[in-house]
Design a protein around this ligand. Structure first.
Ligand SMILES: [Zn+2]
Ligand SMILES: [Zn+2]
Length: 448
């Protein structure tokens, strides 16, 4: 009997589906059709490509992943008589791959008119480069994750560093994902810890989304939030297996990461999975980049930032309604707080050479005419709804708990362990909120 490739249980119900959501009333579409997550999953890719009538695959790797899986996949394609070629992207001056203009052009030079599908064989950064190129050249995008290091494999957005500014460019989700547990379990330990850190950040991103709903009437899809929560809980439940790096452990971590990715696919943006903890991480990343420093793993930064944001949630949870009322009145009485161009000046101070991109991201919120009125409205909401806001804050696990979980999987728990200086942390607490025009705990704490 022919081998039946297994699909991950909790992912299966969403794959390839289009439906009108009971929770938010919007139409949701999951373009990801298949996920194979098991030992030997690489061998399922050539079969899938043939089933889909695809030929001439370009297997895109970096220097490390060509060894980890690229060569093996090329051989499997040859055995299946499926034409395929390798493209190995060059590292940057720090000996790593960056999702920058240089890598994108290098990849595009390998795409020939005959190429029908681009296969990302690597971790998050490599996926973002390939995702963007596949989308812009209209090729089918297939995914072979080599490390369970981020939740972005299944998403549509490609976070790229363009002109030194990290921005998420709309692109496409993979058509199918082939996660070979043998390959994934051999991923470097820090990458496994980083994947777990990216998941821990969902505690704060989901809470930030609720803040946006309570204070700015931001639409929330409870189904998407629930799927993200399922992914997070799966990782917490299997933390011991993840910590020991077993195939079972990396399978659960990968499933959690993909659930988070599917949740983003449902709503069409990263709100369920990315809040203040990601803004801090992006801010640190951009500052490192501007200073020519070696990049840190995305999930390592997110995990550390989530611990910090959980501490801010705890501070907010300790305030009662009269204290909030008094703090809000004090803010509103401050002319500097209401000044129309204060925020634009802060962005210039916090972002230097890349301030113009950040100003553009925040253009709506910076319209000077509406600022004072918006702030007054927000102040009223804060006072009226403090009971609900405080309840969101109180549900956040303690920062010590998040740190203990991170430590269990071998991840860093504090910025200094990653070489992020106290001044940079200070700067990010002030300026990271401008990375995206989204309501988060960073914006809430300014009132308190
Ligand atoms: Zn929905
Ligand atoms: Zn992330």
């Amino acid at each position: 009997m022919e081998h039946q490739w297994e699909q991950a249980d909790q992912l299966e119900p969403w794959l390839g589906r289009s439906f009108v959501c009971d929770s938010c009333g919007r139409e949701h579409r999951v373009p990801l059709r298949r996920v194979v997550l098991e030992r030997g999953a690489l061998a399922a890719l050539p079969m899938y490509a043939q089933e889909r009538g695809l030929r001439d695959l370009l297997l895109v790797c970096d220097r490390r992943t060509v060894e980890a899986a690229g060569q093996a996949l090329l051989k499997l394609c040859a055995e299946a008589q499926l034409p395929a070629q390798l493209c190995v992207l060059d590292d940057d001056e720090h000996g790593e791959l960056a999702a920058s203009e240089r890598a994108i052009v290098q990849l595009l030079l390998h795409v020939s008119p005959a190429t029908q599908a681009l296969v990302a064989v690597g971790a998050g950064t490599l996926h973002d480069i390939v995702r963007f190129a596949a989308h812009r050249t209209g090729r089918v995008f297939l995914s072979v994750p080599t490390a369970p290091s981020v939740d972005g494999f299944a998403s549509t957005g490609a976070p790229l560093i363009l002109g030194g500014f990290k921005q998420t460019i709309p692109a496409c989700a993979p058509d199918a994902i082939f996660g070979d547990l043998e390959v994934l379990a051999l991923a470097p330990r820090p990458m496994i810890a980083a994947g777990f850190g990216d998941m821990l950040g969902k505690y704060t991103s989901l809470a930030d989304w609720q803040l946006g709903q309570l204070l700015l009437d931001e639409p929330v899809c409870e189904l998407a939030a629930e799927i993200t929560r399922q992914g997070l809980e799966l990782c917490i439940r299997h933390i011991d297996d993840i910590a020991s790096g077993t195939e079972g452990g990396v399978s659960k971590l990968m499933e959690g990461l993909l659930l988070s990715g599917i949740s983003m696919l449902l709503v069409g943006h990263s709100r369920p999975a990315s809040g203040a903890e990601h803004h801090l991480s992006h801010y640190w990343e951009m500052q490192f980049l501007q200073a020519g420093r070696q990049a840190l793993l995305h999930g390592a930064k997110v995990g550390v930032a989530a611990v910090h944001m959980a501490a801010l949630y705890r501070e907010a949870a300790a305030l009662d309604a009269p204290a909030v009322q008094a703090a809000v009145q004090q803010r509103l009485a401050s002319p500097a707080w209401l000044a129309p161009d204060g925020e634009a000046a802060a962005i210039r101070a916090g972002y230097g050479a890349i301030a113009s991109q950040v100003l553009a991201e925040n253009a709506d919120a910076l319209a000077p005419a509406s600022r004072a009125a918006q702030l007054r409205q927000l102040a009223e909401r804060l006072s009226q709804r403090w009971g609900d806001v405080a309840a969101v804050c109180r549900r956040m696990p303690a920062p010590e708990q998040l740190a203990a979980w991170l430590q269990r999987v071998g991840g860093a728990t504090a910025p200094e362990q990653l070489g992020i200086e106290p001044e940079l942390v200070e700067g990010s607490l002030r300026y990271a909120k401008y990375v995206r025009n989204r309501y988060t705990i960073l914006r809430l704490r300014e009132w308190l």
